[in-house]
Design a protein around this ligand. Structure first.
Ligand code: CP
Length: 336
């Protein structure tokens, strides 16, 4: 598998785009596939694409991916990720194809044959499926096809890009800030932890003991930590949230875990983000959620709908960050 190579360090945290865009590799299966410099550059590029979006067909990147096609292979539901990728590719001048999931990810033929066929037609595939291992089958079967993780059981690296852009917009700089994640140590938490450590954002995770982030994920994240960033796994939500600059919640029962919903609901009692819990955070702390949200379960409606909520900024930023990612993976940054 290709890995990421970076060509130039970005010394400041934000704003200034590097003269030479750090390169991405052929895959974005995990935030860990990016160097810290490439992650910073992706966020900076996304912020610029967001500013330039109003230019429409006159935007400098409006034809950057002309001649490229993106295949969306999703065997789980999606609104934000799928729509974000479709609009992103079209606004960059490329094409999108959405083969039925039963044909592309079903039992009709081996995944390797699907991958080798797609490689003859498209430049990049964004795949939402169950095990991360299925994405690796795609990678191993092909040599040129770029592959993006659009969510697996283990990681959700596209979500983490939007999350990081959202807090960077709010704070200007994320280094030294603290984000509290309350709930399941799931795919969203894993990717957020990876990205936070690379950007110097401290993380406190609060989960019931048996739903904590796997120790291996914490170890991998600590390995890429920069600027003194720390991650701690706690059980007490109040301890995690006290004095935090952002509070993040996600569903207690992720896609594919529905059979376990009753047990999970019982285990996560006490982990709902309420206005009382938000009061433990800093006065200007924001509330974050990757959506879809279950009001009255992991978050109360008044928090989700309240003035501190940035959940629709996160949703919007899915588009801008996925656009930046596609440009970086397909070499379209030459036109930026
Ligand atoms: N947050 C997220 O991935 O949204 P979708 O499931 O709608 O894509």
């Amino acid at each position: 598998m290709d890995t990421i190579s970076d060509t130039k360090s970005v010394s400041s945290e934000d704003a200034v785009a590097p003269d030479v865009m750090p390169r991405t590799g052929r895959t974005y299966l995990s935030v860990l596939d990016l160097s810290p410099e490439a992650l910073e550059a992706c966020l900076t590029l996304a912020a610029r694409l967001k500013r330039e979006r109003h230019l429409g067909a006159d935007a400098p990147t409006a034809r950057a991916l002309r001649g490229h096609s993106l295949a969306l292979l999703f065997d789980k539901p999606s609104l934000r990720t799928r729509t974000g990728f479709e609009i992103a590719m079209r606004e960059l001048g490329g094409n999108v194809t959405c083969p039925p999931s039963a044909d592309a990810l079903g039992t009709r033929e081996p995944l390797a044959d699907v991958a080798r066929s797609l490689e003859r037609w498209v430049s990049v595939a964004a795949i939402r499926t169950s095990e991360q291992m299925r994405l690796r089958e795609f990678v191993e079967a092909t040599t040129r096809l770029r592959i993006v993780n659009a969510l697996t059981n283990e990681e959700h690296p596209c979500q983490a890009l939007a999350d990081c852009l959202t807090v960077r917009e709010r704070w200007g700089a994320v280094r030294g800030r603290t984000l509290a994640y309350v709930g399941d140590g799931n795919n969203v938490a894993a990717s957020l932890t990876h990205a936070a450590m690379m950007l110097g954002l401290n993380l406190r995770l609060a989960s019931p003991k048996r739903f904590a982030l796997p120790e291996a994920t914490l170890t991998a994240a600590r390995r890429v930590a920069r600027h003194g960033a720390t991650v701690v796994q706690l059980q007490d939500p109040v301890e995690a949230v006290r004095g935090a600059d952002a509070v993040y919640a996600d569903v207690w029962t992720s896609m594919g875990q529905e059979a376990d919903q009753t047990r999970r609901r019982a285990a996560f009692q006490g982990y709902r983000v309420t206005s009382a819990l938000m009061a433990e955070a800093n006065d200007d702390a924001v509330f974050m959620h990757c959506l879809p949200a279950h009001r009255g379960e992991e978050v109360d409606a008044d928090v989700l709908e309240g003035p501190r909520s940035v959940v629709f900024d996160q949703a919007e930023n899915r588009l801008h960050t996925q656009k930046a990612l596609l440009l970086m993976m397909l070499g379209g940054t030459d036109l930026c």
